[in-house]
Design a protein around this ligand. Structure first.
Ligand SMILES: NC(=O)c1ccc[n+]([C@@H]2O[C@H](COP(=O)([O-])OP(=O)(O)OC[C@H]3O[C@@H](n4cnc5c(N)ncnc54)[C@H](OP(=O)(O)O)[C@@H]3O)[C@@H](O)[C@H]2O)c1
Length: 278
């Protein structure tokens, strides 16, 4: 996510961007965060850091909590102290996935995993400590960077003749570049609001992981068969929501953004990956 913001930065010449990673700033250290914010005076803080190893979090919930909740509290307090907008990214895993219609912001949360619980605690920290907050819940994030489903499918697809992918979990893949653009477009407008606002943002449409994998392989021109399987045939430590489609009406009604259809964005990302041979 952070890398996609960095790439888009040149399209926003009116903004000055400051990037930090753990080497420059450990976001779990309240004194260092406060000092950093006081000296660099950002008008908005975009927190792209997270503990995202969903299965590992089942055994390391306290490590996940430190990054996904405690650090969010620290960032929110320091942002409030300098009057900065705190932008935070959360997840569809705050829901239990038992719905039959796309989740709205007002729907009850009920995380089923350690990761989901810690991310929900992070949302609460923004609400409690940020003066101005913007929480964006997203789902199935992928990009041209880091480790993600698109890159994993491309890698395994070239190494194997056949891949088995679950088809009984549905949601919406979200291109981190699209989410990054939405955030950068929203920030100047979000200053006008007070308090913390919660929005859902994913790409448009609905897919299963199987559909997603098929499209990745097709757009990549890789010769590999994708076979549908059930979740019960691919057991993982952390339970995943069976249904996690997000309703995006609120963000579309509040801000003038257009959201790309999921498969158009997958094609864009793969085109970039193939072009850059990444
Ligand atoms: N990935 C998904 O499918 C998905 C779905 C819904 C929501 N989200 C949310 O979207 C956001 C972005 O996710 P992502 O996929 O871009 O995550 P990611 O690729 O795992 O990146 C998270 C980043 O946080 C950094 N980080 C961890 N601990 C840190 C610390 N103490 N100080 C500074 N940086 C630290 C990591 O650095 P290292 O690499 O050095 O550890 C990593 O660069 C997260 O809030 C995530 O919860 C993700």
């Amino acid at each position: 996510m952070g890398n996609e913001i960095r790439v888009l930065a040149e399209d926003y010449p009116d903004f000055e961007f400051i990037y930090t990673d753990i080497e420059e700033l450990d976001i779990t250290n309240p004194l260092k965060v406060a000092a950093y914010f006081t000296s660099s005076k950002p008008q908005a803080v975009i927190n792209c850091a997270a503990y995202t190893a969903v299965d590992k979090a089942e055994l390391n919930e306290s490590s996940a909590y430190l990054i996904n909740a405690t650090a969010v509290e620290i960032l929110s307090k320091s942002a409030a102290a300098i009057g900065a907008l705190m932008v935070h990214i959360s997840t569809d895993y705050v829901f239990d996935g038992k719905s039959y219609r796309p989740y709205c912001e007002s729907d009850a949360t009920n995380p089923q995993s350690a990761y989901g619980r810690t991310k929900l605690a992070g949302e609460a920290a923004v609400r409690q400590y940020a003066d101005k907050g913007l929480i964006l819940r997203t789902s199935w994030l992928y990009s041209a960077f880091g480790n993600n489903f698109v890159k994993t499918m491309m890698k395994y697809g070239t190494e194997r003749d056949e891949l088995k992918v679950v088809f009984d979990q549905v949601g919406t893949p979200t291109y981190a570049r699209d989410l990054a653009k939405a955030i950068l477009d929203i920030i100047p407008l979000a200053f006008q609001h007070s308090g913390t606002e919660l929005y859902h943002y994913s790409n448009e449409g609905v897919a299963s992981w199987y559909d997603f994998a098929r499209l990745v392989i097709a757009f990549s021109g890789i010769d590999c068969q994708i076979k549908p399987i059930l979740t019960k045939d691919y057991p993982l430590p952390a339970p995943r929501p069976y249904f996690s489609v997000l309703n995006k009406s609120k963000i579309k009604e509040t801000y003038p953004i257009s959201i790309p259809y999921w498969s158009d964005s997958v094609e864009h990302c793969i085109h970039r990956l193939v072009k850059s041979n990444r």
